[in-house]
Design a protein around this ligand. Structure first.
Ligand code: PLP
Length: 409
C-alpha cells in the first residue's frame, strides 16, 4: 500500500481559526440577533485600486488579440514587472537589488513554504514566538521537527519569544542557528525592527553562515521614516538574507494573487561536499521546474501599483487601514487597555486586562461586545495574555466595535 508523509500527522490540527469559528458559531446560534463584528481576520476588505483594475482589463483585451496574446510567460515573472519592483522597492531606497534577483510568484505564503525546497534537512531553525504559523507548519511538513508539546511547541525548533518585556524584538540567539524567520512589521504583534536590530541579525547571520528569511509583507504600512522597509537597507544583508514581499496587503491582492521573493546572487550556502553554492541558481531551477509563472493579466495589475495613477491609490488604501489602526489604538487606550503595534502595521496587539488568558478575553469580547478578535496564544505560547485586533475592516465596523468596547471597559 502507498504510504504517506507521516510528518503531516505531527501537525496540530489547524487549531486557532477553526476554534474561533466554533465559538463564534455557538454564540451566534444562541444569540441570533447579536450584530457580530469580526476584527479577527488578516484579510483586506477594500476594493482593488482602480489603476490595477484598468491595467487588468487592458491585459484581458491583449489576450483577445492574436498579436498581443501571451502564452506561458517567464517562470521568474515578466522583465517589465521585475524591473519596476527593483527600481521602486529597492534601488530607490539605496538597496543594490537587480531585476534578475526578483522572482515573481502567486503569493508569499507559498514562497515562504517553498523556499525550504532548496535547503538541507539538517539546518537548525529559529522562529519568533508568537509567529506566522506558515513558517512552523511548513517545517513540520518537511520533517524538520519533532512532535508538538502540550503548549504547541515543536521539538527541534528554536523559539525566540517576542513580548512587551523585550520590546517585541527577538533576542539574538546564543546558540548557532542556520535559518532564521523574521517578519517585520510583524504579524501578529504589529512590532517593527529598527536598523540597529536588523544590523545585529545580519552580523549574527554573517558570522555564523546563517540565512535570514525576511518577510516584509507589511512594509507599506511603515510610517516612521527611521524604520527600514527592506532588510537590504542593512549592510551585508545581500550576503545573508532572502526577502519575501507581497501585493496582498499594500494593494489588496489577497484574492488576485501576486508576490515576489528576492534572492540576491551573492547568497550562498554549503553543499554536502563543502563547496559553496549560489542560492539564486537553486531557486531559479526550483521555480523553473515546479512553477509556470503568474498570469499575465495579474502581473499587469501588479505593474500598475508602480504607475503614476497607482501610487496615490495604493497610498490612500494603506492610509485608510492605518486610520482604522489609529482609531483602534486610541479607543483601546481610552478604555484603559495596554496596546502595542498599530503605528507601523495594520495589527494592534492588546495586553489582556486583569491577567485574563487570551481565550478568556476572546470570550469576554464576544459575549460582552459581540466583537471577534484573535487570541494571541494561537500564534505561540509567548502570545498568551495578548490579543490581536486587525485594522482590515470598514470604518463603520471599526468605529462601532470600538464604541462597544469603550462602553464596556
Ligand atoms: C498576509 C501575509 C503574507 C502574504 O501572503 P500572500 O500569500 O502573498 O497573500 C505574508 N506573510 C505574512 C506574515 C502575512 O500576514
Amino acid at each position: 500500500m502507498a504510504t504517506i508523509n507521516d510528518n503531516y500527522l505531527k501537525l496540530k490540527a489547524g487549531y486557532l481559526f477553526p476554534e474561533i469559528a466554533r465559538r463564534v458559531n455557538a454564540f451566534a446560534e444562541a444569540n441570533p440577533n447579536a450584530p457580530i463584528i469580526r476584527l479577527g481576520i488578516g484579510d483586506v476588505t477594500e476594493p482593488l485600486p482602480e489603476a490595477c483594475r484598468t491595467a487588468m482589463i487592458q491585459a484581458v483585451q491583449d489576450m483577445g488579440d492574436r498579436a498581443q496574446f501571451k502564452g506561458y510567460g517567464p517562470e521568474q515573472g515578466y522583465a517589465w514587472l521585475r524591473e519596476k519592483i527593483a527600481q521602486h522597492d529597492f534601488q530607490s531606497r539605496g538597496c543594490a537589488i537587480d531585476a534578475a534577483e526578483i522572482f515573481v510568484s502567486d503569493g508569499s505564503k507559498c514562497d515562504t513554504g517553498n523556499i525550504l525546497d532548496i535547503f538541507g534537512d539538517d539546518n537548525a531553525i529559529a522562529v519568533t514566538d508568537p509567529v506566522y504559523p506558515v513558517y512552523v507548519d511548513t517545517n513540520v511538513m518537511a520533517g524538520h521537527t519533532g512532535h508538538a508539546s502540550d503548549t504547541g511547541e515543536y521539538g527541534g525548533l528554536v523559539y525566540l519569544p517576542i513580548t512587551a518585556e523585550n520590546n517585541f524584538t527577538a533576542q539574538i540567539p546564543t546558540q548557532k542557528v542556520d535559518l532564521i524567520y523574521l517578519c517585520f512589521p510583524n504579524n501578529p504583534t504589529g512590532a517593527t525592527a529598527s536598523k540597529d536590530h536588523l544590523q545585529a541579525w545580519v552580523d549574527y547571520a554573517k558570522s555564523n553562515g546563517s540565512i535570514i528569511f525576511f518577510d516584509a509583507a507589511y512594509e507599506a504600512f511603515i510610517t516612521d521614516p527611521a524604520i527600514p522597509h527592506s532588510i537590504y537597507e542593512i549592510d551585508g544583508a545581500p550576503e545573508c538574507a532572502i526577502e519575501f514581499r507581497s501585493f496582498s496587503k499594500n494593494a489588496g491582492f489577497t484574492g488576485t494573487r501576486c508576490a515576489f521573493t528576492v534572492v540576491p546572487k551573492a547568497l550562498t550556502a554549503k553543499a554536502a561536499d563543502g563547496s559553496k553554492v549560489k542560492l539564486w541558481q537553486l531557486w531559479n531551477r526550483r521555480q523553473s521546474t515546479k512553477f509556470n509563472g503568474v498570469s499575465y493579466i495579474v502581473q499587469r495589475g501588479a505593474e500598475a501599483v508602480y504607475s503614476e495613477a497607482g501610487q496615490p491609490q495604493i497610498k490612500a488604501l494603506v492610509r485608510f487601514y492605518m486610520d482604522n489602526a489609529r482609531i483602534i489604538r486610541e479607543q483601546l487606550i481610552a478604555a484603559g487597555l495596554s496596546v502595542y503595534g498599530g503605528v507601523n502595521a495594520p495589527y494592534v496587539w492588546v495586553k489582556t486586562p486583569s491577567g485574563l488568558s487570551s481565550w478568556d478575553f476572546f470570550d469576554k469580547l464576544l459575549q460582552g461586545c459581540h466583537v471577534v478578535g484573535t487570541p494571541g496564544s494561537g500564534f505561540g505560547s509567548a502570545g498568551e495574555g495578548y490579543f490581536r485586533i486587525s485594522a482590515f475592516n470598514s470604518r463603520e465596523n471599526v468605529e462601532e466595535a470600538m464604541q462597544r468596547i469603550t462602553k464596556r471597559f
